[in-house]
Design a binder for this molecule. Sequence first.
Ligand SMILES: [Zn+2]
Length: 78
Amino acid sequence: MDGNETNKKYYLCCFCNTLIESAHGDPSEIDILINITKPKDKQYNQIFYCHMECFREQLHEEIKMHFVLECLIKTTDE
Ligand SMILES: [Zn+2]
């Protein structure tokens, strides 16, 4: 094992529970903040990692229509 491998990060998808390869916008991060209507000291956040496609699949059909990140991925991946 060389020095570079020890610094490599691995990301596990919170939806499908598999490792996320680096490609096509992945890995992606979900930073969830709870209690958003409460004071800052009552708010808490946790970060999850996911495949962008797994995240998109979880969205309601009506919400998917407003999901704009797919377009950004295609333009930034090139
Ligand atoms: Zn996944």
